[in-house]
Write a protein of this length. Structure first.
Length: 125
């Protein structure tokens, strides 16, 4: 039984490392495309910003998506609370045309802090 647990833990760690490497490759591709990361907001998928280009980017293990500050309409902290799981906090970012992006966070204070920082960033730009 303990052997199975060790195998499962190693497999989960292997997948986490593999996803981290793929996300790092996407950030390198984003950089090669002229995006300079000035702000990192964390989350899953990871949210970053380029102040000079006035863009956000959502970085996933297999892709990235660039979103101009000018297209940002509003954001809010949302959550799901189910009896069988913990509360799942996330940012719901709404862009022009109703495009919605979800960024997951582990705790409500972290999600609120990131939202406040995003709103200030867009306002200042």
């Amino acid at each position: 039984m303990s052997y199975l647990i060790v195998v499962v833990v190693i497999a989960v760690m292997g997948l986490a490392i593999w996803n981290w490497q793929r996300s790092a490759e996407q950030k390198a591709a984003l950089s090669q495309a002229g995006f300079s990361i000035s702000d990192r907001f964390g989350g899953a998928p990871e949210l970053v910003a380029d102040r000079a280009r006035r863009e956000f980017a959502v970085v996933r293990p297999g892709s990235y998506e660039r979103l101009p500050f000018a297209d940002f309409e509003h954001g809010e902290v949302a959550f799901d609370q189910r009896p069988e799981s913990e509360v799942n906090f996330r940012l719901e970012l709404i862009f022009t045309g109703g495009r919605a992006v979800r960024i997951n966070y582990g705790a409500e204070p972290e999600a609120r802090r990131v939202l406040d920082n995003l709103l200030q960033l867009v306002k200042d730009q």
